[in-house]
Design a protein around this ligand. Structure first.
Ligand SMILES: *Cc1c(COP(=O)(O)O)cnc(C)c1O
Length: 382
């Protein structure tokens, strides 16, 4: 029996292919490629979809984070508290401003920043907290808000994995001062290249970011302040305008697939992190493979064994993330704190394929392959 492989992502336009093609043709025919009508319209449409009053299109999600921090006046000498378990870009964005990222360990169940650890990390130089809505599930925003208001800190939300997610019913990106989104092709709303956006309900902040993304210009050739060149381009904006109306349906499909995985894996050998907020949008479906017993690392590594066995069955998996950000050599100069809970998660997490085009049958195949692989591993050797 031959079985089609189940790739982790599939980025070729599918249900939206005709719309994407038409959008590209429209931009080419118009002959306007940077800061034109598509970006203007996308900003209006994206702000409305995310429940915010303003959106500003930028070059990527990393720039979105860095530009929010810079627009808040955060820079050298300041500290921003963030999570050790994320794409390293979250912390790199802090470093781009000249500020120092300070890591607070994660909550072991939710895998997002632990508000108690965050409280311990606050010091005289702390200016902002940067939670990440990891894998599509919001961080514990109620606790983070309490802490931020007590210490007069800005909350900047990394929403790069959380388009349309809510926290206790409130849209992410509108809970803090601003939210940063990425349209990297694999994200829940992806472009055919890099892209990003800031959303905020603070119109003055939006205007400042609009200026900063465009060289700090107030008018053509008048550079009022030290800005950067980070603009969402017309082609990507036009493509995103085709996809934005499809995002709700894609999100429902992601949730349905996640529910199927949960049912199929229940009672099995893998830990499935709990869904702690119904506003989870399942950018990723992450399970945990126990790799230690009483503190001792199992050999050979059970996660690697499972991955190899799934690969042999045509099921592609990835690890988000294998290394806690504070352990990255690029961060060494910031003297990051050890984060043991995140380190352990990095040893155990495994992301299974989940994308709107995945079929019910494919979820069943992945679950069956996991069950067979784990049974073989546990079978007594005779
Ligand atoms: C993708 C991502 C980023 C970076 O976004 P880019 O558009 O690639 O710059 C930042 N944070 C998180 C959590 C991400 O997933």
């Amino acid at each position: 029996m031959t079985r089609d492989p189940i790739p982790f992502v599939s980025l070729t336009p599918a249900d939206d292919a005709a719309g994407v093609r038409a959008a590209i043709d429209r931009v080419v025919a118009r002959g306007r490629f940077v800061l034109g009508p598509e970006v203007d319209l996308f900003e209006t449409e994206f702000a409305a979809a995310m429940g915010a009053s303003s959106a500003v299109g930028v070059g990527c999600g990393t720039d979105a984070i860095a530009l929010i921090l810079r627009a808040l006046g955060i820079g050298p000498g300041d500290e921003v508290i963030t999570t050790p378990l994320s794409a390293a870009y979250t912390a790199l964005a802090v470093m781009m401003t000249g500020a120092r990222p300070v890591f607070a360990d994660i909550d072991p169940a939710r895998l997002t920043i632990d508000p108690d650890e965050m409280a311990r990390a606050i010091g005289p130089r702390t200016r902002a907290i940067l939670p990440v809505h990891l894998y599509g599930q919001a961080a514990d925003m109620a606790s983070i808000e309490r802490l931020a208001s007590r210490h007069n800190l800005a909350i900047v939300e990394d929403c790069c994995q959380a388009h349309l997610a809510t926290a206790g019913g409130r849209p992410v990106g509108t809970i803090g001062v601003a939210g940063a989104f990425s349209f990297y092709p694999t994200k829940n709303l992806g472009a055919l290249g890099d892209g990003g956006a800031v959303v905020t309900n603070d119109r003055a902040l939006a205007e400042r970011i609009r200026r900063l993304r465009n060289g700090g210009q107030t008018d053509r050739c008048h550079h009022q302040e030290f800005g950067v060149n980070s603009r969402l381009d017309e082609m990507q904006a036009a493509i995103l305008r085709v996809r934005l109306p499809l995002l709700s349906a894609w999100t429902l499909r992601r949730r349905a697939l996640a529910a199927q995985y949960r049912a199929a894996l229940a009672g099995g050998p893998l830990d499935v992190p709990p869904e702690l907020d119904a506003g989870h949008v399942y950018h990723l479906f992450v399970v945990r493979v126990r790799t230690t017993v009483r503190g001792v690392r199992l050999q050979p590594d059970p996660r690697e064994q499972l991955r190899a066995s799934l690969t042999a069955d045509g099921v592609e998996t990835l690890i988000h993330y294998p290394i806690p950000i504070p352990r990255q050599p690029a961060l060494a100069a910031t003297h990051p704190a050890e984060c043991p809970v995140a380190s352990r998660a990095c040893d155990e997490v495994l992301s299974l394929p989940l994308r709107p085009g995945l079929t019910d049958d494919e979820v069943g195949r992945v679950a069956a392959a996991i069950s067979i692989a784990c049974r073989q591993r546990e079978a007594p050797r005779v």
